[in-house]
Design a protein around this ligand. Structure first.
Ligand SMILES: CC(C)(COP(=O)(O)OP(=O)(O)OC[C@H]1O[C@@H](n2cnc3c(N)ncnc32)[C@H](O)[C@@H]1OP(=O)(O)O)[C@@H](O)C(=O)NCCC(=O)NCCS
Length: 187
């Protein structure tokens, strides 16, 4: 758990309950997904945004949603009270997987929360879960103009495998980036 400057306030990466896909999903989970969609609408241009289909996307099988809430409250040693306020979403990451590989399909951090380590913590948590599934690699697509994201992925060990011309639009290419977890010869 990461600790902010006040010793009693901390945050951690959480995983959206897999039961969100069932009709009985909690009102907190529903409110969280609405907040992800609101951030998505604000951060990404329309053609890149999942906002209108967010609740459908997170219900898909083999899809995991991670998120961070600002200021989970820690009252004392072993006595943790967590916030349940969706307005406190600092960022989210979505990934999907097959039997061999995982893909990070979304990553965003609220504008006012950037450069505080949330993006890196979301990637670390996703990569750990993907390692635990014993998958070979993680891949993603990113617009080379998104320099903060490209720098973050490189810091976490991803490399540019190829550039895909006109991936997002006629004049917008994509890097396909890969993080190798298990070398194929060790399979
Ligand atoms: C990319 C993004 C998720 C980074 O989140 P963040 O929480 O600000 O990142 P962190 O604070 O964890 O930064 C970790 C590393 O990322 C890189 N980084 C983050 N912001 C950066 C910036 N503005 N410029 C250059 N490098 C940056 C640095 O390597 C940084 O490590 P450092 O602090 O040791 O220098 C965030 O800027 C964002 O949401 N951008 C808009 C959406 C987007 O582009 N998503 C990716 C789509 S594929």
């Amino acid at each position: 758990m990461a600790t902010d400057e006040a010793a009693h306030v901390a945050w951690r990466v959480r995983t959206l309950s897999p039961s969100f896909s069932r009709a009985s999903s909690s009102s907190l989970d529903t409110a969280l997904v609405e907040e992800f969609a609101r951030l998505e609408r604000r951060i990404f241009p329309k053609h890149e945004s999942l906002s209108s289909s967010f609740s459908q996307e997170v219900k898909k099988r083999n899809q995991t949603m991670l998120y961070v809430l600002i200021g989970d409250v820690v009252k004392g040693e072993g006595d943790t009270e967590e916030t349940a306020d969706p307005a406190k979403v600092a960022g989210y990451l979505m990934y999907s997987w097959t039997s061999l590989a995982a893909s990070i399909t979304k990553l965003a951090v609220r504008e006012t929360c950037r450069k505080q380590g949330y993006g890196e913590a979301l990637i670390d948590a996703a990569v750990q879960q993907i390692r635990d599934r014993r998958l070979q690699c993680v891949n993603l697509h990113v617009d080379p103009a998104r320099s903060a994201a490209v720098a973050l992925y490189k810091k976490k060990g991803f490399y540019v495998e190829t550039t895909i011309k006109s991936y997002y639009a006629a004049d917008r290419d994509a890097y396909r980036m890969v993080l190798q977890l298990i070398s194929p010869e060790n399979q």
